[in-house]
Structures are given as structure tokens and as C-alpha cells.
Design a protein around this ligand. Structure first.
Ligand SMILES: [Fe+2]
Ligand SMILES: [Fe+2]
Length: 326
């Protein structure tokens, strides 16, 4: 049987448990938080005062902070790319309306609130150039992404396990900085987003765990392939208006690294967490090729920590069109 057919069989085998996994990891619409829970109520007279307070508190936060919040928001707003990508993965058949497509839709429904709440907050903050941000968002959706997973569910679930943890880290760090600067409301908002990301991380990690139990060698090879080519960030094609594809990404990630929201050390920490979580050292039943892949993976974190120590980040802020100088 071809590798692709085995993957389809494995996905169909796991599909019967997807309803239970939705119950375990996703929260019903009627009980989960909504963006309005963290934003001023525009039907109330107090709205004006609340907005004034947001604008006052916004002045306390530095330039790089706004760049990172904008970049994080744009990454969330490119959700159509991620949903359509996942819908095309082997075994996720939206035409047949199977369990996996239900998962993707409900995951998308939860994710959609992230860009929504951040967008409204940024609009009210008065600190950013919304039109430039909107242009970047439209560019990013137009440009799509290239994450090297193809339609392979194994590689895609490695990717999402990694990315959900990466977004957990960055939203959580943004929350900490906001709190330090006395902005409790923004801190609460980013903290609750990071909670969603952590749940999603656990869900995708469990999908991978289950695949390891039925197809260990191929799951190991998929993990190996993804780490060998490095995990690309979903916004790696980020650009500002009038610029060419991907040109804003490096400065955005430099900015995140400079203020400690997401660093090259975090990348290695995530890899180490995945190795621990999936107990890669204990997986049995591997063929020779997968044994070699495991060896490579186990040795990767110390190597990458050494490399990340040498990375130098420019000290000065990069001027983006999204945020006017303070
Ligand atoms: Fe998100
Ligand atoms: Fe997420």
C-alpha cells in the first residue's frame, strides 16, 4: 500500500474518536468567551470613557510592543489560509462532512475570535495605522503560505502542535508585558487567547500521539522531515503595502525577539517539549530509517541551543508603516 493510502486509513481509523476529542478540547459556543467580553460595550454611555481609558493606557506601551501585537493580530487574521489548508489534508474531507472536517470547522470557530478581539482593540487604541495593517492582512491572505507539509496529516499535525505552542508563548508574553505596564485589560485579553492556544496544542499533540501508536515509523519520519526543514512561521510571507512578498517578516520576528515575546530559544524549547510529550526516546517498533530519524531528533535541541546563542538581533526598532513613531 502506498504511504498516502496508509495515511488515509489511519485518519479514517482515528476519525471515530474525533467527536470525543472535540468534547475534550473545544468549548461549546454558549460557554466560551467572546471578544465583547474584553471590549467596551458600544451600546452604553460609558463606552466613551472606556475608550478614553484604552487610549490613555496605550501610551504606556513601547513602539516594539505595538509592532508585535499588530504582527500577531495579522497572523491570526490570515485564518482563511489555515482553514482551507487543513481542509485539504488527506482524510479531512469537507465534502463528505466527516469527523475531521467538523474538527477543522470548530477549531476555526475558536481561532476566529483571536483576530477579531485583537483587531477591535488595536482599532480603539489609537496607536496604530489601521489602513496599513488592513493592507498587510489582505496581502498575507492573498499570498498564502508554504509550510512544507503538503497534504500529509502527520506533517500537518506536527506543524499545528508546534505552532499552537508558539502562539501560546507569544500571546502569554505579550500579556505579561501589558500587565507590567499597568494595562490589566489588555493583559487579560491576551492571557485568555493564550489559554485557547494551549488547549489546541494539547489536542494536536494527542492526534500525533495516537498516530504514533498505529504507524510509529512513518510518524517519526514526518516529525523528522518537519524539524529538518525547520518550522516556518505562518506569517513568513508578511509584507507591508508596496513591498515584495515576505519582506516584513524578518523585522517582525527581530522585533518579537528584541522584546522577548518569541525568541530562537523558544523555538528549541518547543521542540524539546514535543520530544518529551511524545516520549520520542521510548517509541518502539521503529524501522532502521526511523531509528536514525529519532537519533537525529534527540540530538537536535542541544545543537540548536548552541546556534541560537550566536544569533544577534539589531538593537534599534525597525520603522513599520503599521505604527507611527511614538
Ligand atoms: Fe490563535
Ligand atoms: Fe492557534
Amino acid at each position: 500500500m502506498s504511504l498516502k493510502n496508509v495515511r488515509l486509513e489511519v485518519m479514517q481509523h482515528l476519525e471515530k474518536d474525533v467527536d470525543a476529542l472535540i468534547q475534550k478540547y473545544l468549548i461549546p459556543v454558549e460557554t466560551i468567551w467572546q471578544p465583547t467580553d474584553f471590549l467596551p460595550d458600544s451600546t452604553k454611555e460609558s463606552f466613551y470613557e472606556d475608550v478614553r481609558e484604552i487610549r490613555e493606557l496605550s501610551k504606556e506601551l513601547p513602539y516594539d510592543f505595538w509592532v508585535v501585537l499588530v504582527g500577531d493580530m495579522i497572523t491570526e487574521e490570515a485564518l482563511p489560509t489555515y482553514e482551507s489548508w487543513l481542509m485539504d489534508v488527506v482524510g479531512v474531507d469537507q465534502v463528505e462532512n466527516n469527523g475531521w472536517s467538523k474538527w477543522v470547522r470548530q477549531w476555526t470557530g475558536e481561532e476566529n475570535r483571536h483576530g477579531d478581539v485583537l483587531n477591535k482593540y488595536l482599532y480603539l487604541s489609537g496607536r496604530v495605522n489601521m489602513k496599513e495593517i488592513e493592507r498587510t492582512t489582505q496581502h498575507l491572505i492573498n499570498d498564502g503560505f508554504d509550510i512544507g507539509t503538503g497534504r500529509d496529516p502527520y506533517k500537518n499535525f506536527v506543524y499545528t502542535s508546534f505552532q499552537e505552542l508558539a502562539t501560546y508563548i507569544s500571546h502569554n508574553r505579550v500579556a505579561k508585558i501589558a500587565k507590567q505596564k499597568g494595562n490589566k485589560q489588555l493583559a487579560k485579553m491576551c492571557k485568555i487567547i493564550s489559554g485557547d492556544e494551549m488547549r489546541h496544542h494539547h489536542a494536536y499533540s494527542e492526534f500525533v500521539e495516537r498516530i504514533f501508536t498505529v504507524d510509529p515509523s512513518q510518524m517519526m519520519m514526518a516529525f523528522y522531515d518537519m524539524m529538518k526543514r525547520k518550522i516556518a512561521m505562518p506569517a513568513h510571507f508578511l509584507r507591508e503595502s508596496g513591498e515584495s512578498i515576505g519582506t516584513a517578516f524578518e523585522e517582525f520576528s527581530n522585533t518579537a525577539q528584541r522584546i522577548g515575546v518569541y525568541t530562537s530559544n523558544d523555538y528549541v524549547d518547543i521542540l524539546q517539549k514535543l520530544l518529551d510529550r511524545w516520549e520520542i526516546d521510548k517509541i518502539t517498533g521503529l524501522n532502521d530509517e526511523a531509528e536514525k530519524a529519532r537519533d537525529y531528533l534527540m540530538k537536535l535541541p542541544p545543537r540548536m541551543y548552541r546556534l541560537s546563542e550566536r544569533i544577534k538581533i539589531p538593537e534599534n526598532s525597525f520603522q513599520f508603516k503599521w505604527v507611527d513613531p511614538a
